[in-house]
Design a protein around this ligand. Structure first.
Ligand code: URA
Length: 432
């Protein structure tokens, strides 16, 4: 019997013309790309065709499964604490601006008795990545072997690691999407998130699905569909999966960048920090604890009594980081000042995200270096009073020739007016 084989132009053409890819075609193209037989330019064309044409639920499910099968699948179900299986739970965000939530959240849930195996990502498009932020801490490494992840889960209850051998197809596709304007695609986001999360060995998963100007999906209907798609993909694999739909019209917190977001996360862990960052951290922590049956503990207490900060020190120390070293700050700073008094209006999360990217906090080539000290501090947030002449934003970078481009991105992304904009809820819905 002759074996039917595929070729990349045929697979691309099917999707380009609005067709449905067969399971075999998806398996072939993901395997071929992982092994270097399908080339970057071919995968780029296919990703753009998927971006423009979309995928059926069946295609998304198979694409996700093929990405999981491209690598290892962790199983930590044998790990015990006090004779009982570890309560393994994780969270993932679909990407936002100023979204440093993982950094305070992981130690909060550790302090409440859960264990977190977290495969985290790097920046994508205008959004930041947890790994780029954590690597701003001197000595911190996210390149952990499976044995080291096991030891950390057993010893301290968490590991935050580069996906490495988990879903290597996603690692390559993620990097390609970042530089080919193919990030904002429901099937590509759902499969990217879920391939890593289903492979990492958590028994429960909470998804922070972002919606608004700074999210990949700006319409609420699409973000709801994304959340429902991911919840379904998780449930189909026997993982307790639930999602929060959260606002990403405005940046989260007052700090956007890499090191600058670590500093803000430390403020939260010290019991302070911006109210929105604290609110979302605690809401996600409650979902995670509920998903693994931990009740009777108040995650807010771990921020008040310092136990979450202690767990963060454990985590950073276990991964080689030194919190006593100063965090990097861009060598050059520029400010934007208020030309009038009034009230700060809405601040466009996309404008801030793009400004931060232009300052050097993100990448424009696959595998490129990020500047740890690049970022923006927002001194007056939406609804706060503004006095003419005061500083509203500070930009940081090591490469001052970037200031003009960053200023141009922020231009028009904020305004000082006479009245405060109507407040919007941060947590819009819960999807289970
Ligand atoms: N996070 C991911 O892991 N993948 C995406 O596509 C977006 C956010």
């Amino acid at each position: 019997m002759t074996q039917f084989t595929f070729d990349a132009p045929t697979v691309i053409r099917i999707k380009r013309d609005g067709g449905v890819l067969s399971d075999a075609a998806i398996d072939w193209v993901i395997d071929g790309y992982t092994r270097g037989l399908v080339h970057d330019e071919q995968m780029s064309a296919l990703l753009m065709a998927i971006f423009l044409r979309g995928m059926t639920p069946g295609e998304i499910s198979r694409w996700t499964a093929a990405m999981i099968d491209s690598g290892e699948r962790f199983d930590f179900s044998d790990l015990r604490r006090d004779g009982k299986p570890l309560r393994l739970v994780d969270k993932h965000s679909t990407g936002g601006v100023g979204d440093k939530i993982t950094i305070p959240l992981v130690p909060v849930v550790m302090a409440c008795g859960a264990a977190v195996p977290q495969a985290a990502g790097r920046g994508l498009g205008h959004t930041g990545g947890t790994l780029d932020k954590l690597e701003a801490i001197a000595g911190f490494t996210a390149e952990l072997s499976k044995d080291r992840i096991r030891q950390q889960l057993q010893g301290i209850g968490a590991a935050v690691f580069a996906a490495g051998d988990l879903a290597p197809a996603d690692r390559k596709i993620y990097a390609l999407r970042d530089v080919t304007a193919t990030t904002e695609s429901l099937p590509l986001i759902a499969s990217s998130v879920m391939s890593k999360k289903l492979a990492e060995g958590a028994r429960a998963l909470v998804l922070d699905t972002k919606v608004g100007r700074g999210a990949f999906l700006t319409s609420e209907a699409e973000a709801r569909e994304l959340a429902a798609t991911m919840v379904e993909l998780g449930r189909a694999q026997g993982i307790d999966t639930r999602a929060l739909l959260t606002d990403m019209d405005q940046p989260l917190g007052s700090a956007v960048g890499n090191a600058i977001e670590i500093a803000e996360s430390l403020d939260v862990l010290a019991g302070g920090g911006p109210a929105d960052v604290v609110e979302l951290t605690l809401a996600l922590a409650r979902e995670m604890l509920d998903a693994v049956g931990i009740d009777g503990v108040d995650p807010a207490q771990t921020l008040r009594d310092g136990t979450a900060m202690d767990r963060f020190r454990d985590l950073v120390g276990a991964q080689g980081g030194d919190l006593l070293q100063p965090l990097p700050v861009g060598a050059h700073a520029e400010t934007v000042t208020a030309s009038r008094s009034g009230t700060m209006g809405d601040i466009d999360a996309m404008a801030v995200g793009m400004a931060v990217w232009r300052l050097g906090a993100g990448r424009s080539t696959p595998g490129g270096q990020v500047q740890f000290g690049a970022g923006v501090r927002i001194h007056r947030r939406s609804g706060e009073p503004v006095v003419a002449g005061e500083t509203l934003f500070t930009f940081y970078t090591d490469t001052p020739e970037r200031f003009d481009g960053a200023m141009a991105e922020l231009d028009g992304g904020w305004a000082v007016g006479d009245a405060a904009p109507a407040p919007r809820p941060l947590i819009i819905d819960r999807i289970t």
